[in-house]
Write a protein that binds this ligand. Sequence first.
Ligand code: AMP
Ligand code: ZN
Length: 136
Amino acid sequence: MNDCIFCKIAAGQIPSATVYEDETFRVILDMNQAIAGHMLILPKEHYADLYELPEDTAAAAMRLAKKLAHAAAATMDLDGLNILQNNGEAAGQSVMHYHLHVLPRRRGDDTFPVWNERTASSEELTQTAETIRKGL
Ligand code: AMP
Ligand code: ZN
């Protein structure tokens, strides 16, 4: 992808604060640090989102997230950690190259978008589970 900023960063054509690199991934610090230590796992191949991502790369990305979580916990002052991944504009994705956010958390930090809780009836839950199962 010629015009993809994350392809260029992952390939090292644009400088970045790189935390980790291997054949498949580059891990950088997000230029907008939602919180200190906010990292992005970028596959070097271009995949727009989770739907395009091959299963083995998805599994490897999550293994890498675990490695980074341990590294952050060992070296930074943190109380928790979120893994976040947006797919599609409606879900808040702004760069259309798959990436996984790794977000250290500190008690009371106010960083993560919270969602509104909506009570659902057990009938609704049963029906929705049935709907999604049809796609498996
Ligand atoms: P998302 O909203 O999930 O698509 O996240 C995209 C993230 O990429 C945002 O948190 C941006 O701050 C970050 N970002 C965009 N451009 C760059 C860049 N050139 N270097 C580092 N991070 C970037
Ligand atoms: Zn790309």
